[in-house]
Design a binder for this molecule. Structure first.
Ligand SMILES: Nc1ncnc2c1ncn2[C@@H]1O[C@H](COP(=O)(O)OP(=O)(O)OP(=O)(O)O)[C@@H](O)[C@H]1O
Ligand SMILES: [Mg+2]
Length: 464
């Protein structure tokens, strides 16, 4: 396809010179001596690049930029008289791509046009790719195009419409709940309830009554009859989150429901039939829980009919740019900012980090970065990212210290880095971080003090 260039230039000689040179390069060229007529032409025609003189009769080039921007996203390259840098900068601020002072070298102009066109083409392709990546899925809110996530989604599509019990496994923050919801929404039960229950968040004694309900007066404090989650979920799905944390006693009761498909309210005499699809999830290793007798083997086999494993984010780094775009868009809308992308350097940092908290942690980091971006900035740069991300990627050997730094300083920096890393891995819990590092709690405490590490803010960051 021939690329089109529009020249707006009142100096006849200059207009002629540029037109001829660019035609020779194979471009389709149209030229006008003023902005008004060019704008009328732009109502109907398209152009890839616009060469715009600043000093024009009537509407000047600076004003023209806004009017052009309203009509097209063509690349604008500004031509200014010698010594008019002030205008040139203003033009750039208004969205011009580059500027040339007269007299300029034709070759330089040609190279700039070529580069700008290449960039424009790439940007368009990327946009199409991204749209395609999102649109081709029937899971609009699950972002990702890695093979790993595609595999997960194809499993979801396969099992959604059966009534098979599904067990979703994955580290914390990998998207287990999101996938559970997707299973429900792609099943014929989608118009009925999706009831969530976090088995870890409810005290042991109360979980049973939450699940199965109770009759009035069934136990001290049971003032009213209560319908359990299983009954509430009748004809729909129930999501038993963190099932690995369920007490053995409750596990036995759950097993009965799975076998008999009926629940008994506590203190009730008659069992109630329920038709519920069960989706369970945990970040625990259930096989070892079974081995250690913390999880019933028979229940495990009942739940493990269909297993969907969501890989950690560090194993599907292809998804990072798309996820970054997604969360930037979401967050900048909420905060009314115009942020376009992460810079390449920032993207490298995001890609090199190991994301122990997976997508939840990633989302928090991007949200925080959007908040930190100043009004006049449009990109997320390394300065907007938390320090611990910039630490040493796992498995990378420490570099020699800068020439000016001593070995002691370098060792200290390395030690601080490792402590920070361990603290982030454990959500700021010192005792666990000490364990990770193979040192005592006393010793980590001393070092945290020595390096003035703010453990509270690490904890807050992980809870965001
Ligand atoms: N592929 C994805 N695309 C977009 N957002 C995602 C994706 N995966 C996870 N998220 C988002 O990340 C956050 C964590 O996801 P979710 O709560 O489903 O994870 P989880 O595995 O249940 O975590 P936890 O073990 O901590 O309960 C949510 O805000 C969710 O919307
Ligand atoms: Mg969850």
């Amino acid at each position: 396809m021939t690329e089109k260039i529009l020249i707006i230039e009142d100096d006849e000689a200059m207009q002629f010179f540029l037109s001829e040179a660019l035609k020779k390069q194979g471009y389709m060229v149209t030229a006008f001596p003023d902005a008004e007529n060019a704008l009328v032409w732009l109502e109907k025609e398209k152009s890839n690049v616009i060469l715009l003189d600043i000093k024009l009769p009537g509407m000047d080039g600076i004003e023209a930029i806004d009017a052009i921007r309203d009509k097209t996203d063509a690349i604008i390259i500004v031509i200014t008289a010698f010594g008019a840098e002030k205008h040139a900068l203003e033009a750039i601020r208004k969205g011009a791509y580059d500027f040339f002072n007269k007299p300029f070298k034709l070759e330089e102009m040609e190279i700039t046009i070529k580069r700008a066109l290449e960039k424009q083409k790439l940007r368009k392709e990327l946009k199409i790719l991204k749209q395609r990546a999102r649109k081709s899925e029937s899971f609009p809110n699950i972002i990702g195009q890695s093979n790993a996530i595609k595999e997960v989604l194809s499993q979801v599509a396969q099992v959604a419409d059966s009534d098979a019990t599904a067990l979703i496994l994955g580290e914390s923050g990998t998207g287990k709940e999101l996938i559970a919801q997707a299973i429900h929404e792609h099943s014929s039960r989608k118009n009925k309830s999706f009831i969530k229950l976090n088995c870890a968040a409810i005290p042991e004694g109360l979980l049973e009554s939450e699940l199965f309900g109770h009759e009035k007066g069934a136990f001290t404090g049971a003032i009213n009859r209560r319908i359990g989650k299983f009954e509430l979920a009748d004809k729909g799905s129930i999501f038993l989150d963190e099932i690995g944390d369920m007490a053995l006693f409750t596990q036995a009761k759950l097993l009965r429901i799975l076998q008999d498909k009926e629940v008994e309210r506590i203190g009730g005499s008659l069992p109630v039939k329920v038709d519920v699809r069960i989706i369970a999830s945990t970040n625990k290793d259930l096989v070892s829980e079974v081995k250690n007798k913390r999880f019933r083997e028979d229940l495990f086999y009942r739940l493990n009919v269909v297993t969907i494993f969501i890989p950690p984010l560090r194993d599907r780094k292809d998804d990072i740019p798309l996820l970054a775009d997604h969360f930037i868009e979401k967050e900048s809308k909420a905060s009314n900012k115009k942020i376009y992308q992460v810079t390449q350097e920032a993207n490298e940092i995001l890609t090199n980090y190991s994301w122990p908290g997976n997508i939840r942690e990633f989302e928090n980091v991007v949200k925080r970065a959007v908040v930190m971006v100043e009004e006049n900035e449009t990109f997320i740069t390394p300065s907007h990212l938390p320090l611990h991300l910039k630490g040493l990627p796992d498995g990378i050997v420490f570099k020699f210290p800068e020439e000016s730094a001593s070995l002691d300083e370098a060792v200290s920096a390395f030690e601080k880095e490792l402590i920070l890393k361990a603290l982030h891995k454990t959500g700021g819990v010192q005792s666990q971080a000490a364990q990770l590092l193979g040192i005592t709690e006393r010793s980590i405490w001393h070092r945290i003090k020595k390096y003035a590490i703010d453990t509270e803010s690490i904890k807050v960051l992980h809870k965001l």
